[in-house]
Structures are given as C-alpha cells and as structure tokens.
Design a protein around this ligand. Structure first.
Ligand code: SAH
Ligand code: DHB
Ligand code: MG
Length: 217
C-alpha cells in the first residue's frame, strides 16, 4: 500500500477533471467542524455517482447512509428539476448537518432526509427508484440489497460502496462488515433478476471498491 501516492494521484485527477465547488467544499468543512467522520465519497467518486445517475436517466434516487449529504448533493444535481432523492440516516446529528448543506446547495426541494434506522424507514418507502446507493452500516448490506432490489425498477442500478475495505472482503472469517458484504455478494450471485460486477479502487479513501448491480427484470 502506498497511500501517499494514491492520495497524490486522486488530488491530481480531481484537479484535472472536477470543477471547484464551494458548496461541496463547505459541506465537508461543516461536517468536519461538527465532528462527523470524514467517510464521504471522494469528489471523483461523487462525480461518478452523478454520471451513473445521468446514464440511467434517474428521476428518483434512494440513498442509504446520508452522513453530511455530500454524495446526496452530487447525485441530486444529476436529477431533472422535478426529480427526487430520498436519503436515509440513523444519526440525527448527521441529518442536521446534511439538512443545512442541502439547503445551502439549493436542493431542499429535491432531497428528502428520513431519520431513523434504515431497516425501519425502508418499509415505508414507495418505489420504484432508478438508482439506489447503499452506503451505511456494512453488516446490514444483505438486507439493504434486498430492499434496494424490491424498490428498484427494471433497468435500474444499485451501487454499493466500500465492498473491498482494504481487502477485508476476501477473508471469510473477517469482521461483521466483511461478512455482511460477502453475504450480500452471495445473494446477488444467486439472484436471477440482476447482473452485477465489482471493481477495486485506490485513492484518497484508501483501498476499497464499488459493486454495480443492474436490475434486469
Ligand atoms: N453517503 C455518504 C457517506 C455515508 S457514511 C457520503 O458519501 O457522503 C455512512 C452513514 O450511514 C453514516 O452517517 C451513519 O450514521 C449512517 N448509518 C449507519 N447505520 C445506519 C442505519 N442503520 N440506518 C441508516 N443510516 C445508518
Ligand atoms: C466507513 C464507511 C464508509 O461508508 C466509507 O465510505 C468509509 C469508511 C466506515 O464505517 O469506516
Ligand atoms: Mg462509503
């Protein structure tokens, strides 16, 4: 692992391809000031999520795990003006910081935060969603995937963050996060309604990866 090199390359790529954005920068500095964990997606990953939303023509997006609203702002900007993003967050303090960030981004009309444990708020949601981004507590990934599938339209996309966790996913005796993600992969592999892949990533967020799941029917 050469984290310094990964971080330097990410800094270069972000500088090369991603517009400076004071609203997103401020969202992160407010998150830091409030003592939130800085585990948001990187800017180049946020832009990937926005591009995926555009590619699937997303009008409704579901996010599980809001934190300070950073990834939600990226994705909601890719929605049409009448589009909607619903994001689920357990910690009221995170939701409060997110609410301010979303308001500042001018996206309060497009983003709805539901506060509570996602497994309690998910049953109240109505689909279908075009894109689901799963990025909350990793031990629950199997349940989140099942809900995401239930709430997705055919042709929709499910993206799962942090599926590699510094290689931890390859260890069957790994921690609860690794085991949750492995169980999710088993469910995905056995599910005839989806086609899926996963790719490893390195960057400012370390060694990790995304899983991409296309709902075919
Ligand atoms: N998607 C965000 C980062 C999310 S970090 C971004 O990239 O900007 C993960 C978030 O999931 C944290 O805010 C954490 O409080 C929340 N979380 C953890 N357990 C949860 C649960 N059971 N239900 C809903 N949210 C949960
Ligand atoms: C953690 C969670 C995330 O969603 C992430 O992108 C990085 C780290 C964590 O819980 O440590
Ligand atoms: Mg994450």
């Amino acid at each position: 692992m050469d984290q310094d090199a990964f971080t330097a390359v990410d800094a270069y790529l972000v500088e090369a391809l991603i517009d400076r954005d004071e609203i997103l920068d401020q969202a992160l500095s407010d998150a830091r000031a409030a003592g939130l964990p800085m585990i948001n997606v990187a800017p180049n990953q946020g832009k990937l999520l926005a591009m995926l939303a555009e590619l699937v023509g997303a009008r409704r997006i579901l996010e599980i795990g809001t934190l300070a609203g950073y990834s939600a702002i990226w994705m909601a900007r890719a929605l049409p003006p009448d589009g909607q993003l619903v994001t689920l967050e357990y910690e009221p303090k995170h939701a409060e910081v997110a609410r301010r960030n979303i308001e500042r981004a001018g996206l309060a009309g497009r983003i709805e935060i539901r506060v509570g444990a996602a497994l309690e708020t998910l049953p109240h949601l109505r689909g279908p969603f075009d894109l689901v981004f799963i990025d909350a507590d990793k031990p629950s990934n199997p349940d989140y995937f099942e809900w995401a599938l239930k709430l997705s339209r055919p042709g929709g996309l499910i993206v799962v963050d942090n599926v590699v966790r510094s290689g931890g996913v390859a260890n069957p005796k790994g921690d609860a996060s690794a085991r949750g993600t492995r169980r999710m992969f088993e469910i995905i592999a056995a599910e005839p309604r989806v086609t899926a892949t996963a790719v490893q990533t390195v960057g400012s967020k370390g060694w990790d990866g995304f899983c991409l799941v296309r709902v075919v029917r």
